[in-house]
Structure formats: structure tokens, C-alpha cells
Design a protein around this ligand. Structure first.
Ligand code: ATP
Ligand code: MG
Length: 444
């Protein structure tokens, strides 16, 4: 059999790629918590009807990209292409639509779309996202966007992205706009792509989202929604912008943004970048007012976004902000008699939160080589003399300096080398500070 490869459009996350991926999710989780979001995890596959709701859905995702299959029991199930529908389904299934709203949800996990793979576009990819469920107020829109922006700030990539916002108005605005668009595009129907001619009948707004070159030229001169907004819809959009300004979030208005899925109204937005080629959208979202109802729940106006973890991770890489590998401490016994005490020390270090490693075999030279190979910042060397004296040699592998340290003082000595893993460093720094505070505390 030929060498097995990951399935087309899927990829393994290993080493620094995994560290970037992990960092994106951890930062997003932390910032979402600051904004009052709680994390939910919904199933990776759902009843197909959660995503495909009747014939009205003209988005690429639902029309062409879903992994749909019949399971062994003959049920049609779909690997989730996005998580908003799943979260709304979960709100209804768990009886959370009455009281307790708004509900603020964060999620992270894999999504699946049958697409042509390229850089930043995969068949299994990952999203982080947030939803505020049950909030008609424009402050929710602004808060959701500010949260997304702060995540990018915290990742150090916000200079590479631009926030573009638009409004899709309310139903009367959109009806009027739809009529204007149909008028315009019908006049140019022969120049439209086949996909867009189909959209012209079903959902002309979606033409604005077309990636076809010929379509894009027509779209540039198409009417915008701003001439068709009701005073209420215009006021809503102005309030969102006012709050964004207040939150210090920079943005520009782009009347061409409509978003990929069909259920949006009022606010639509994207964070775009010119650093990822054709895959220019890193985060996209907006307000959707009918989705919970479509899941069988009551009217629940909501707003949220989703972002591609791989695309954010590519920006982290381009910014040179790949997190370094953690630096362990290598415990090195010298001689057979030191092996037992070395294992005691290894265990004690790990129990105190220090990343520690021991080679499974080898003489002292080999073990030192191994310590360098795994990027250890320090080695703790234990020989028979040291054991007899109740000490160990702590060697700073970067500086090449070393000292003999009493066994019960090893964690502090390691912290002072400054070359152990940074997460641990923070913990140790705290510990040292606490000790100092104790020293300084006035004796009664
Ligand atoms: P695109 O226009 O790039 O196809 P989309 O409009 O289909 O994106 P959404 O459904 O809004 O994307 O998903 C939100 C985010 O998820 C996107 O902005 C992108 O960062 C990411 N994303 C979407 N599809 C993929 C994919 N196939 N591979 C990697 N990331 C993706
Ligand atoms: Mg897409």
C-alpha cells in the first residue's frame, strides 16, 4: 500500500503549527470570558435539517459545501459547516429560550466544508465564534465586534486586519433594496455568472457576495442599500457605529458586505486582510433575527461572528508571534544509586508545576545531550555526593553557570535562572513575590 496521507483538505497540527492554533483558541477563550461569554460545545454532526432549512437557502455553504450522509439507521446527518445553527438549535433543544436571555455563548471547534483546498481554505478547518442570543439592541452588535477586535489585538495581529461593516437593514429596507438590485442586475443578466443568474431569482442580495470576476465588475456599480434604509434601520446602524467609536474600535463602512449565509439582517461585518491572498476574510458575522425561530423557538434576535482559526494562526505566524515551545527542566541522575532520588525529584518538580523531563536511559553525557535536544532551559544534576548532602546541582543551560542548591529550595533556584518555561516562570514569579511579602510582613 502506498504511504497514507491525510484526506484531501485536512491537515495535521504538529509542533509550532499546533502551538499557534492553541494560542488562538486560548486567547479567544480568555477575551470572550472578559466580555461575559460562556463556552458551549455542540455536536460535530447534526440532523441535516439543522443546516438545510427548506429550499430557500442559496448560500454556497448549504447549497454546495456540506458533508451530508445517511447513517446506518437511514437518518440524514451533516458534519457541521458552521456552529451558529447548532448553537441556536441547542438553545431551543435545552429549553433556554424563556428567561435568562440574552445568553452569551463562545465556542471553538472543527467545521467541515467540501471546498477546493488552498492556503487558508480546508475541508476540515476550525472556528472560534461568539453569539449573543436574544438581544435586539445595537449595543450587542458593537460589543460582539469589540470582543472580536480585542482578540486580534491580544494576538498581536490587529494591524494586519481592517474591520468593514455594513447594514442589511430591516425587512422593509431589504425588500426595497432587493427590488432595486433585481432591476439593476436584470439589465446586465447576460454578463452575470450562471450562479448569480440563479441567485437573481432566489436571493439577489447574495450576488454581492460573488467571487466571480465578471460579477465583481458589475457589483462595483450596483445600487447600495443606503438609499433604501428605513429611518429605523438607518438609526440602528448609526448607533452601532457610535458605540464602536466609543469602544475605540476602528472600522470603515463597506456597502458591499452581505455575508455568506442567508439569515442576516441589520449589521454585517468582516475583518479582512491582504496578507492571506484570496482567503482575505478572517472573521465575519452579523445580526440574524430569524434563526432561532427556524429551529422551532420563539423570535430571538441575535448577533455573532465566527473566525477561522487557521487564518488567524497564519497571521500570527506572519507577525512572527509563534509561541515558543515550553522549556523543560532536565533531571539528570549520575550513577545507578541516584536514579531513585532523581525520580523523587522529578515527581516533586512536576507536582509544583514545573515542566520536568527525565531521559528513559543513557549515561550522563547522553542525558546532557538529550537535555539540549529537547530545549531544556536548566538541568538538575543529582549524584551520590549531592544526595548524601541533600543538595542538587542546578545548571543554567543557556548561561552555562551552575550552583549547588538544597533540595527543598530547587523550585526557587530554577525560577532565578529565568530560562524555564515562561508559563511556569509567571507562576514561580508569583510564588517568589508571595514569599517576599511574607518576609516583609510585620511580626506581631
Ligand atoms: P470565504 O468567503 O473565505 O469562503 P465564508 O464567508 O464562507 O468565507 P464564514 O462562513 O463566514 O466564511 O466563516 C467564518 C470564517 O471561517 C471565515 O471568515 C474564515 O476565516 C473561516 N473559514 C470559512 N471557510 C473556511 C475554510 N474552508 N477553511 C478555513 N477557514 C474557513
Ligand atoms: Mg466560503
Amino acid at each position: 500500500m502506498s504511504q497514507l496521507q491525510p484526506a484531501r483538505g485536512t491537515h495535521d497540527l504538529i509542533g509550532e503549527e499546533h502551538r499557534r492554533h492553541h494560542r488562538v483558541i486560548e486567547v479567544a477563550r480568555r477575551i470572550a470570558t472578559l466580555y461575559g461569554f460562556e463556552e458551549w460545545a455542540t455536536p460535530i454532526f447534526e440532523d441535516t435539517r439543522v443546516f438545510s432549512r427548506g429550499l430557500g437557502d442559496t448560500s454556497d455553504v448549504v447549497a454546495k459545501e456540506m458533508y451530508v450522509f445517511e447513517d446506518r439507521g437511514g437518518e440524514s446527518v451533516t458534519l457541521r459547516p458552521e456552529n451558529t445553527a447548532g448553537v441556536c438549535r441547542a438553545l431551543v433543544s435545552n429549553g433556554l429560550t424563556q428567561g435568562g436571555l440574552p445568553r452569551k455563548v463562545f465556542y471553538a471547534g472543527p467545521m467541515f466544508r467540501y471546498e477546493r483546498p488552498q492556503k487558508g481554505r480546508y475541508r476540515q478547518f476550525h472556528q472560534i465564534g461568539i453569539e449573543v442570543l436574544g438581544a435586539p439592541e445595537p449595543l450587542a452588535d458593537a460589543e460582539v465586534i469589540a470582543c472580536g477586535w480585542q482578540i486580534q489585538q491580544e494576538l498581536g495581529i490587529e494591524e494586519g486586519t481592517i474591520l468593514e461593516i455594513n447594514t442589511l437593514g430591516d425587512a422593509p429596507s431589504r425588500d426595497a433594496y432587493r427590488a432595486a438590485l433585481v432591476g439593476y442586475f436584470t439589465g446586465h443578466a447576460e454578463a452575470l455568472s450562471a450562479d448569480s443568474r440563479m441567485r437573481l431569482e432566489k436571493n439577489p442580495l447574495r450576488i454581492l457576495d460573488s467571487k466571480d470576476k465578471g460579477d465583481r465588475a458589475l457589483i462595483a456599480d450596483a445600487p447600495t442599500i443606503f438609499d433604501h434604509l428605513t429611518p429605523e434601520a438607518a438609526g440602528f446602524f448609526e448607533t452601532v457605529q457610535r458605540h464602536l467609536t466609543r469602544f475605540g474600535v476602528p472600522f470603515r463602512v463597506n456597502p458591499r458586505i452581505v455575508r455568506g449565509l442567508d439569515y442576516y439582517s441589520h449589521t454585517a461585518f468582516e475583518f479582512v486582510t491582504d496578507r492571506l491572498g484570496a482567503q482575505g476574510t478572517v472573521m465575519g458575522g452579523g445580526r440574524y433575527n430569524g434563526l432561532v425561530e427556524e429551529m422551532g423557538g420563539p423570535a430571538t434576535p441575535s448577533v455573532g461572528w465566527a473566525a477561522g482559526v487557521e487564518r488567524l494562526a497564519l497571521l500570527v505566524e506572519a507577525a512572527g508571534l509563534t509561541p515558543p515551545a515550553p522549556r523543560p527542566v532536565a533531571v539528570i541522575p549520575v550513577g545507578d544509586a541516584a536514579e531513585g532520588p532523581a525520580l523523587d525529584l522529578l515527581q516533586a518538580l512536576r507536582q509544583s508545576g514545573v515542566i520536568a523531563e527525565i531521559a528513559y536511559r543513557g549515561n550522563t553525557k547522553r542525558r546532557m545531550e538529550r537535555a539540549n535536544k529537547i530545549g531544556a532551559g536548566a538541568a538538575v544534576i543529582l549524584g551520590e555526593t549531592e544526595i548524601a548532602e541533600g543538595v542538587a546541582v542546578v545548571r543554567n543551560l543557556d548561561a552555562g553557570t551552575q550552583e549547588r542548591v538544597p533540595l527543598d529550595d530547587i523550585v526557587r533556584a530554577l525560577a532565578e535562572t529565568g530560562v524555564v518555561d515562561s508559563a511556569v516562570e509567571a507562576m514561580l514569579a508569583e510564588m517568589l513575590e508571595a514569599e517576599e511579602d511574607e518576609d516583609e510582613a510585620p511580626t506581631p
